[in-house]
Design a protein around this ligand. Structure first.
Ligand code: MG
Length: 183
């Protein structure tokens, strides 16, 4: 696969975050989880964290993982959601640009080696994480609806995803630790 395409290949893939056993993160050496918000953790219409989300986040935090929201969405939306989930956050992150997140992680004294991004978009989340040099778990979108701002990205995301799938570049999260996963 050419280098240009490599930037779009995720470390792992999951249908959605909620199917991922929190142990997975620990098992592959993750210490910090950066979560995309819209269509990864919640629908853009969910203004506050649901019980399901809170329960899942609690499992991550109980395992000693640091969890942050990293969203391109605007301040108010992200702030209100993050506060309801009791998470620190970056709003207006400008993914795939790295500077804001890099600065934030530096302030938090987070080592990039132990970081994994979780997101539903190849053009923003996967490309962003690969450029930043952190692990990335790609998910499908959580619900079918998108905010208008992401509709354009989907036009590129869909064929790209099909191609990655065809080329066997979407490594399912639950294959971690298995000997057959090496390719
Ligand atoms: Mg998203």
């Amino acid at each position: 696969m050419r280098k240009r395409v490599k930037k779009f290949v995720p470390t792992y893939y999951a249908k959605n975050i909620y199917e991922v056993d929190p142990i997975f993160f620990k098992a592959i050496g993750v210490e910090t989880v950066l979560l995309d918000l819209d269509n990864t953790l919640a629908s853009y219409k969910e203004l506050t964290a649901s019980d399901r989300t809170k329960e899942y986040l609690k499992k991550l935090i109980d395992l000693g993982l640091k969890v942050y929201l990293v969203s391109n969405n605007r301040g108010k939306r992200v702030r209100e959601y993050a506060e309801s989930a009791n998470l620190k956050y970056i709003a207006g992150a400008r993914k795939p640009l790295r500077s804001r997140t890099k600065k934030f992680l530096k302030n938090e004294e987070i080592d990039l080696k132990g970081v994994m991004m979780v997101g539903d978009q190849i053009l923003t989340d996967v490309y962003f994480a690969n450029r930043l040099g952190v692990k990335i778990l790609l998910t499908d979108k959580l619900v079918s609806e998108d905010q208008w701002t992401t509709r354009f990205n989907r036009i590129i995301d869909r064929p790209l995803r099909r191609r990655l799938h065809r080329k066997n570049k979407l490594k399912e999260w639950h294959t971690y630790g298995s000997r057959t996963e090496e390719s």
